[in-house]
Design a protein around this ligand. Structure first.
Ligand SMILES: Nc1ccn([C@@H]2O[C@H](COP(=O)(O)OP(=O)(O)OP(=O)(O)O)[C@@H](O)[C@H]2O)c(=O)n1
Ligand SMILES: C[C@](O)(CO)[C@H](O)COP(=O)(O)O
Length: 234
């Protein structure tokens, strides 16, 4: 295993959560969502630095949380951008190359339940292949529609629901972001930029618990996951 830096985009608005504030500050089991996520990487000895990308107007609030909860891993807090992709790119620009073209991880601040064993597998896969993502097989049937009229059913065989972390050799993902910015290409995840540049991306099978807290019902799922983990069930 080699050390890595993780870029954590947390500069969204949390509109779909309808909480009236950035969901990163919502309390889960008495601890802010973003702190749950930071703690995963704080507890990983291979994580040498966290680049936390935040809304500029929330910089002070985030600094206060990092200090209040005593995050021991070095945390570099920087302002994000309009889109998730812009925020991630700003974060990637902060990562030191050190001449070793290290593996860098990109992980949503809204995904607090990623497990260390998946991170370990992801880092080693990206080290070997250059790009790797965590994903789970799709369980539902997926259809395309025009409005509410079905136009196609997507073959479920070989369909994956993609999560984060996504891990890359730093030069690969920096170049992909730079090319995408220059071309105005916008992807919903970082691997899509690597694919757009013709790179091979490997899948590491993840865990259905690694949810992204997006809409209000996700808070119910999150409380259940935390409760089960405290009971040692999962
Ligand atoms: N301009 C943005 C948009 C999103 N994110 C981050 O990217 C992750 C995934 O985005 P999402 O779940 O969509 O969060 P929001 O954009 O906050 O949610 P919404 O789309 O409902 O506003 C989140 O940790 C979010 O904070 C970011 O750093 N910068
Ligand atoms: C990156 C991601 O979490 C992979 O599933 C997802 O694409 C983020 O989408 P969002 O709309 O920015 O939350």
């Amino acid at each position: 295993m080699e050390n890595y830096t993780v870029v954590i985009p947390a500069a969204g608005q949390g509109k779909r959560m309808k909480a009236g504030k950035n969901k990163q500050f919502l309390m889960l089991n008495g601890i802010p969502l973003v702190i749950h996520t930071l703690r995963v990487f704080e507890q990983d000895d291979f994580c040498s630095e966290i680049v936390l990308v935040v809304n500029e107007q929330e910089t002070e609030a985030m600094e206060q949380l990092v200090n209040e909860y005593g995050i021991t891993t070095p945390v570099c807090i920087i302002p994000g951008g309009r889109e998730r992709q812009n925020s991630v790119y700003e974060g990637l620009k902060q990562v030191e190359n050190g001449g070793k073209d290290p593996v860098v991880l990109i992980h949503d601040g809204a995904r607090p339940f990623i497990k260390k064993e998946q991170i370990d597998t992801l880092v080693s896969t990206a080290k070997a292949s250059g790009a790797a993502i965590v994903a789970v097989p799709v369980k539902d049937t997926v259809k395309k529609a025009s409005g509410t009229t079905v136009t196609a059913t997507v073959e479920r065989e070989g369909l994956w629901a993609v999560q984060t972390p996504q891990a890359f050799r730093l030069s690969l993902i920096l170049s992909a972001h730079q090319q995408a910015a220059e071309a105005g290409f916008l992807g919903t995840d970082d691997a899509s930029l690597a694919e757009w540049c013709g790179k091979t991306v490997r899948i590491v099978e993840g865990d259905y618990q690694n949810i992204k807290l997006t809409t209000p019902e996700d808070l119910l799922f999150a409380e259940a996951i935390i409760s089960n983990r405290k009971d040692g069930h999962i």
